[in-house]
Design a protein around this ligand. Structure first.
Ligand code: SAM
Length: 369
């Protein structure tokens, strides 16, 4: 992980964030909004860490890289397109649920700084920010001596340019909300940076998109424990969890007819070629999404069309015919299974909201002790 004050230069395809400094705001502040976009602190994994992770991942059997490698600029753009595909309903369902339940969720969350993990385009958080602001408005809290604080917002994401654009767009829509971006791998962050926006108020985690499903169960549990550490005492976590569904529906959702999911997976190889001096031929792999009932997860993979040898990160890698490089898995949890996973990480369910078809559940977790 890079030290924010000694960042040598931008990664290929990343923003030049060299002027960022963890101790100051250049966009918005607790005293009011500014016309400049929100500050984004660059804690992106360094190239040497990326290379180590790729070598580890390609040495595994089966070969698999951390899902965040899918999200360079182009990967983030393609993910936005996936969200618009008719087969992929998760985003539409979760957005509608958040819009409908925002007042109740804001009341249950209470006051604090919303910290979104893997914010992406940050399009889901708007109704929550509005509902939290209404809750803090003097009309509902007539005591001028101690008015509740307005919400603030911190977005964490691995995809640097996309994060900056998302923060800029959100700031234009919510000019009164102080905001900060942090470009990082949230699973490896030791602590939230010391920053005025993060001092004082409770930290309210927001983790939509069912992204927890991208982690193997033991890693998912560790991530939930990590979020608890990052959010600190009194922190809460609002998390969106996709429910198990029929094989047909899920395989279609992750292998849309327009081929956007396949392009998203193949873009991983383009990214590796560019960032780690590789010579993958993305067309020599076919895309596969299959439901694995025993693990209650969908597995996405690029399957080698024939035997091939690929150069990457200074090494030679062989692929047998039919061998898979797993690009991503997405586990689906019933409410009960999810709460059982969260309990050893120190979380307990305080409330939950679901859409009319029970496709997705938004859980509000509080700390168990
Ligand atoms: C499935 S998308 C979800 C985006 C958005 N939260 C939503 O619900 O639509 C996952 C997002 O998390 C980011 N991401 C994935 N793994 C990450 C990691 N380890 N650390 C930080 N960001 C990550 C990706 O860049 C992407 O924007």
């Amino acid at each position: 992980m890079k030290d924010p004050e000694t960042v040598p230069g931008p990664l290929p395809g990343a923003l030049d964030l060299g002027s960022c400094d963890a101790g100051s705001l250049n966009g918005s502040s607790r005293d009011g909004p500014s016309l400049a976009g929100p500050e984004v602190i660059d804690l992106h994994p360094a190239p040497a860490d990326m290379e180590r992770l790729v070598i580890e991942g390609l040495s595994r059997e089966p070969k698999q890289l951390p899902a965040w490698f899918l999200y360079d600029d182009e990967g983030s753009r393609l993910f936005e397109l996936i969200c618009e595909q008719p087969e992929y309903s998760l985003t539409r369902t979760e957005t509608a649920l958040l819009e409908r339940e925002a007042p109740a969720i804001a009341a249950a969350l209470g006051q604090g700084v919303l910290v979104e993990f893997g914010a992406g385009s940050a399009r889901k958080v708007g109704p929550l920010l509005d509902a939290m602001a209404r809750q803090a408005a003097p009309a509902t809290h007539p005591s001028p001596s101690a008015p509740p604080e307005q919400p603030a917002y911190v977005a964490l994401d691995i995809s640097a340019s996309h994060l900056q654009e998302a923060c800029d767009r959100l700031q234009r829509r919510h000019p009164q909300v102080p905001m900060l971006g942090i470009c990082c791998d949230y699973s490896q962050l030791e602590a939230l940076p010391s920053h005025p926006l993060l001092n004082g108020q409770a930290h309210l985690g927001f983790f939509p998109g069912s992204s927890l499903g991208n982690f193997e169960p033991s890693a998912a549990q560790e991530l939930l424990a990590q979020f608890r550490r990052l959010l600190g005492p009194g922190g809460k976590l609002l998390i969106g969890i996709d429910q198990p569904k029929s094989r047909e529906r899920l395989e279609a959702a992750y292998n849309d007819q327009a081929g956007v999911s396949a392009a998203f997976a193949r873009n991983l190889l383009n990214r590796l070629n560019r960032d780690l001096a590789g010579d993958f031929n993305p067309q020599a792999f076919r895309y596969r999404a299959r439901w694995q009932a025993a693990e209650s997860r969908i597995e996405m993979a690029l399957v080698s069309d024939g035997p091939q040898r690929v150069q990457l990160a200074g090494q030679s890698w062989t692929f047998a015919s039919g061998e898979a490089l797993i690009t991503e898995t997405s586990a689906k949890y019933t409410a009960e299974a999810f709460l059982a996973l969260a309990a050893p990480a120190g979380w307990q369910g305080a409330a939950r909201w679901s859409d009319p078809d029970h496709d997705l559940c938004l859980h509000l977790l509080v700390q168990a002790d």
